[in-house]
Ligand binder design. Sequence first.
Ligand SMILES: Cc1cc2nc3c(=O)[nH]c(=O)nc-3n(C[C@H](O)[C@H](O)[C@H](O)COP(=O)(O)OP(=O)(O)OC[C@H]3O[C@@H](n4cnc5c(N)ncnc54)[C@H](O)[C@@H]3O)c2cc1C
Length: 586
Amino acid sequence: MELIKTDIAIVGAGGAGLRTAIAVAESNPDLKVALISKVYPMRSHTCAAEGGAAGVIKSDDSLDLHFNDTVGGGDWLTDQDVVEYFVNEAPKELLQLEHWGCPWSREPNGSVGVRPFGGMKIKRTWFAADKSGFHILHTLFQTSLKYPSIERFDEFFSIDLLMADGRCQGVVAMEMKSGRLFRFQAKAVVLCSGGAGRMFPFSTNGAIKTGDGTAMAYRAGVPTKDMEFVQYHPTGLLATGILLTEGCRGEGGVLRNKDGYRYLQDYGMGPETPLGEPVLKTMELGPRDRLSQAFWHEQQKGNTIPTPWGDSTHLDMTHLGEKHIDERLPLVRDLSITYAGVDPVKEPVPIRPVVHYMMGGIHTNIDAETPVPGLFAVGECACASLNGANRLGSNSLTELLVFGKRAATNAVEFARNRNSEANESELQEQADKVQTKVRELVQRSGGAESIAGLRSEMTKSLEEGAGIYRTEETLQKTCNTIADLRKRYAGIELHDKSNVFNTDLFQALELENMLALAQTVAEGALARKESRGSHQRLDYEARDDEQYLKHTLAYYQGDEAPRIDYHDVVITKSKPGVRDYSGGAK
Ligand SMILES: Cc1cc2nc3c(=O)[nH]c(=O)nc-3n(C[C@H](O)[C@H](O)[C@H](O)COP(=O)(O)OP(=O)(O)OC[C@H]3O[C@@H](n4cnc5c(N)ncnc54)[C@H](O)[C@@H]3O)c2cc1C
């Protein structure tokens, strides 16, 4: 196995990974950075983000308003010190991107344009048409190329972390084109490996979002946090689950049921406004959890439209006009025509709620540190508790930047104080174990289980048991199914035994990761006997601050279900209150 010695290893080259790498290089150009990614950086999921990134910039807005929207939107499960730091740093980071060349869309007077976004009661989302993620990622990627200390390892699949002397000292990864294993030895490791929405059957997430880094940390003893909070986006394109950005509603699109009725007015989201009026104060820009729940209720009432791909409602943008759609939502038009055969200029587009984002992830503090020394995590794989029980759209692109920079500062500091030599033999021993595990997986024969079969049972079970609404019974069933699937995983057999781009192998490793995380979702949800944000229990409909105003931690216990524990929420200035979207602020 090849050894690569570096100072800071970063797993993931999406928005979080690239921002972290740049900040390390800027703070100390002598530190070597290994940037490891299972795809070429521009193929990371950040590229798919459409709507934009939130940060206070306009004179009618304030840091307090952004703070309040985020804390209330997260149903008070956010850590308020984290939110405060975030809203303060957000505008600086977005301006920094501007200076690096990000082509933000403009107001007619040339200032940065902002659009409304769900749960944000004022316009504060910076955007670059509806390709914001592409432009942000491109800006970061091209900036990262300036720094010779950043060495990229594209198409390297990370498998497990290396721990010695009670701290994280590296990672084992496979070069995908050759099947060769590499041991990256590092003074600090930063996980930036993205979310895990692919655990569910209908998802806006790219196929690579399988929670690998989160599962690696979990196996290494770091608890996951708040995994039961899974965000459904209310407007996924029917059949494929491709996202139609919240920007569609920000620009004035409305939701209609089978009778053409704007149903959100029946769910406490304010009165109907005339078409063409700014919808900022009303229902279409309620938060994602509430809108997805409203769909479920319409379904129960028989107000949705049955289709071969499941029930749907409509996103109607026909009143916006061709010019406006082409200027502000060109990608949405393209996607709707290509994948649903519907031109939003002429017809309403069929949509349904789809899994979009994991609020939970690797347990970190405000410094992006995990409880394991030397191991940091940033972005969607992490849970710094900015998003609480429900993330507000457009906060996470900014989160990558704000906490990427902070993680870098702390990882650099950690690396500076780490002069002692790594415990080579212990690290080698662990790396050898990974090698044995991979060999065994590839060579195993006679197994009756298929990767695709187990994966589809897992996704179905999560959707049925731990979807938009949950009960004790459905959750218990899902917990049992996932536990069983984890056992059956031992019976899979790979059909590809080769070393060259063995996608069978990578899918097997991804499945193992997803199964472990699926268990934290279902077990965490079963234990949380209340309804909060995206976690809605039909058998416990109320929020219960007395017992559950706390974060769920899930600890890995090998083949067993995780041990569930809890952790205090940081409350500074906003006492838990009622989430009110009936009228909104100005
Ligand atoms: C369709 C869509 C639209 C969105 N729109 C918005 C929006 O408008 N505004 C907003 O704020 N948020 C939006 N989000 C959410 C936001 O884009 C993501 O949460 C964020 O981009 C995640 O960034 P990341 O850097 O954490 O992870 P990613 O961009 O997903 O990158 C993960 C990286 O980890 C690497 N990786 C993963 N596993 C391994 C492994 N085993 N070995 C090596 N490398 C690995 C991958 O190669 C990749 O480079 C959207 C999400 C989706 C899916």
